[in-house]
Write a protein that binds this ligand. Structure first.
Ligand code: MN
Ligand code: MN
Length: 461
C-alpha cells in the first residue's frame, strides 16, 4: 500500500542495506580500474572485446554469443535468447569517445625555448580546463608500410607527462575581462613536448641551428620509437588527462575520472550483458564512436554498421526472418549520461526536472533543444513499461531533462535508433562536471545503472 499518492524520487543511500553497499563498492573498484585503463575509444573497444572473448564470445556469427569490432573504434555484440528474432533485440547502446585534444596533422613547432604540439580539440570542451594540468598521450602511429605503433606515454608514474602552460595572473589583466569564449584561443592549446637540446642532435636536414629543440626531439622520437615527423601526419594522437581515476570524498562514495561520459554506460552495459540470466529476447550492445562530434563517420551512430551487424546476425541465426523487421521490433536503451544538479550552479537547472546524484539512472524522455527540436521522444507506453520493470525489481530511477527550457540542451544517439522504428529511450547515470577532465559519478548510480540494464536484458517487455 502506498503511503502517499505524491511522487518522490528515491535516494539510494536511504535504503541500501549493508550487502548492497558492499556490492556497490566492489563494482566501483572495478569501474575505477576500467576508467584508469580505457581513455580512448580504441582502448575501450579493445577492453570490451577482450572481456567478451574471455567470456566465450566469438567473431563467428553462427555462434550464440558474438562480437564484431569496427576499425577498433566501435563494437557490436549479441547473445542469443530463447525467443525468436522476430521479437526483435533488447539493445543497449553507448559511446566510447570522449572530449579531448587531438594532435594536428603537422603538430610540431618550436618557440620560446620549448617544442610544442599544436592541437585541434575534439568534442565540447571548456578550453581553460585543459591548461596547467598533466596530460598523457594515447593513440596510434601508423607508418607508411602499414605498421601500427600503439602509444601510451604519461600514465606510468615513471614516465614524463605533457602540459599546456597557462597565463600567469600577473599578466592576465586583459584576459580576465574577456568573455570566456574569447579569452581562451583554440590555437593556443599547444602542448609542451620538450625543452632541452644539445649540439649533437642530428635531425637530418641541417636545421638544428634554427630549431635545436625540435631537432633534438625528432632525434629522440626516432631513436626511441622509430618515428619521423611525416609519421605524425597519419597518426591519431590524443592528449587526455594523465593519471588514474580515483574515489572521491571522505566516504569514497563518488568516482572521479576522465571520460565517464559515456564510458560509465559502456562499463555498466558490458557488466549487465555478461551477468544477464536466461534472456528471452536476444540481447545486444552497440558501442559507438564519434558521438561527441555529431555521430557522423563510419564508426558513428549515423552509419549503417548496426544494421549490417543485425543483417548478418539474422542470416546466421534465422535466415527466413526479415532483418528490417528485427530492427523494427527491437527495444533499445540509448545509454548516455545526464547532467547532475550542480550544487553551486543550481540556477541553470529546473530543479524539479533535474537529475541528482544518488537517485539511480536517469530516464530522459526526449533530448534536443528549444521546442524539443532535434529530439527523439520515447512513447509513453515504452517508458511506462520500463518504469514498471524497474519498480518491480526495486531499482532506483529518476526522470529528468538537461537544464532549463531554452537554456541549452543536447542530443544523444537515440534518434539514429528511432529511425529504424525501434522503441528507444535514454537511460544513464547523472554526472557532475560533465565533459571536464575529472567528471564525478556516484558509486550508488554505477551500481543501480548496471542493475537497470541487467533487468532490461532479462525482461520480457
Ligand atoms: Mn554522452
Ligand atoms: Mn558528451
Amino acid at each position: 500500500m502506498s503511503t502517499s499518492l505524491a511522487y518522490k524520487p528515491k535516494n539510494i543511500w536511504e535504503t541500501a542495506d549493508a550487502k548492497t553497499r558492499k556490492a556497490m563498492e566492489v563494482l566501483a573498484q572495478r569501474y575505477v580500474n576500467f576508467l584508469t585503463h580505457c581513455k580512448t575509444e580504441r582502448e575501450t573497444v579493445a577492453y570490451v572485446r577482450e572481456q567478451l572473448i574471455k567470456h566465450g564470445y566469438s567473431e563467428d556469427f553462427t555462434k550464440d554469443c558474438v562480437v564484431r569490432p569496427l576499425r577498433g573504434k566501435a563494437l557490436f555484440a549479441a547473445r542469443r535468447g530463447s525467443l525468436p528474432l522476430t521479437q526483435g533485440l533488447a539493445l543497449v547502446t553507448a559511446h566510447a569517445d570522449s572530449p579531448r585534444l587531438d594532435f594536428k596533422q603537422r603538430p610540431l613547432i618550436e618557440q620560446a625555448s620549448v617544442a610544442q604540439a599544436k592541437t585541434h580539440y575534439y568534442g565540447g570542451i571548456r578550453k581553460y580546463q585543459w591548461l596547467a594540468r598533466p596530460l598523457a598521450l594515447h593513440g596510434v602511429v601508423v607508418r607508411d608500410n602499414g605498421q601500427t605503433l600503439p602509444i601510451t606515454i604519461g600514465e606510468d608514474p615513471k614516465e614524463p607527462v605533457f602540459c599546456i602552460a597557462d597565463l600567469l595572473p600577473h599578466l592576465a589583466q586583459q584576459q580576465v575581462k574577456q568573455p570566456v569564449n574569447e579569452a581562451f584561443d583554440a590555437e593556443k592549446l599547444n602542448i609542451i613536448l620538450a625543452h632541452g637540446f644539445s649540439k649533437k642532435a642530428k635531425g637530418g636536414r641541417g636545421d638544428e641551428h634554427k630549431d635545436p629543440i625540435k631537432t633534438q626531439l625528432l632525434d629522440l622520437l626516432y631513436r626511441k620509437y622509430g618515428i619521423a615527423e611525416e609519421d605524425f601526419i597519419t597518426a591519431e594522437l590524443q592528449a587526455v588527462p594523465a593519471g588514474p581515476a580515483h574515489f572521491v570524498g571522505f566516504d569514497a562514495s563518488l568516482v572521479g575520472g576522465y571520460g565517464q561520459d559515456d564510458r560509465i554506460c559502456i562499463f555498466t552495459a558490458l557488466e549487465a550483458l555478461l551477468e544477464a540470466e536466461g534472456p528471452g529476447r536476444s540481447i545486444a550492445v552497440m558501442f559507438w564512436d564519434k558521438e561527441e562530434i555529431g555521430s557522423d563517420g563510419a564508426t558513428g551512430a549515423s552509419s549503417r554498421f548496426l544494421q549490417y551487424c543485425v543483417e548478418d546476425l539474422v542470416s546466421a541465426w534465422s535466415p527466413d526472418v526479415n532483418p528490417s523487421h528485427v530492427l523494427f521490433e527491437t527495444c533499445a536503451l540509448s545509454a548516455d549520461v545526464n547532467g547532475a544538479l550542480d550544487p553551486d550552479y543550481q540556477d541553470v537547472h529546473e530543479k524539479q526536472n533535474a537529475a541528482q546524484l544518488g537517485y539511480g539512472p536517469v530516464f530522459c524522455k526526449f533530448t534536443g533543444s528549444r521546442g524539443k527540436y532535434g529530439a527523439s521522444e520515447a512513447d509513453a507506453e515504452f517508458f511506462a513499461a520500463l518504469r514498471g520493470l524497474l519498480n518491480a525489481k526495486g531499482i532506483a530511477w529518476q526522470a529528468a531533462e538537461l537544464g532549463k527550457v531554452d537554456h541549452g540542451g543536447g542530443g544523444t544517439v537515440a534518434l539514429f535508433l528511432a529511425a529504424y522504428g525501434m522503441r528507444v529511450i535514454d537511460l544513464g547515470p547523472a554526472i557532475l562536471s560533465m565533459h571536464s577532465p575529472f567528471e564525478l559519478a556516484s558509486i550508488a548510480d554505477v551500481y543501480a545503472t548496471k542493475q537497470a540494464y541487467k533487468a532490461f536484458f532479462e525482461a520480457q517487455l
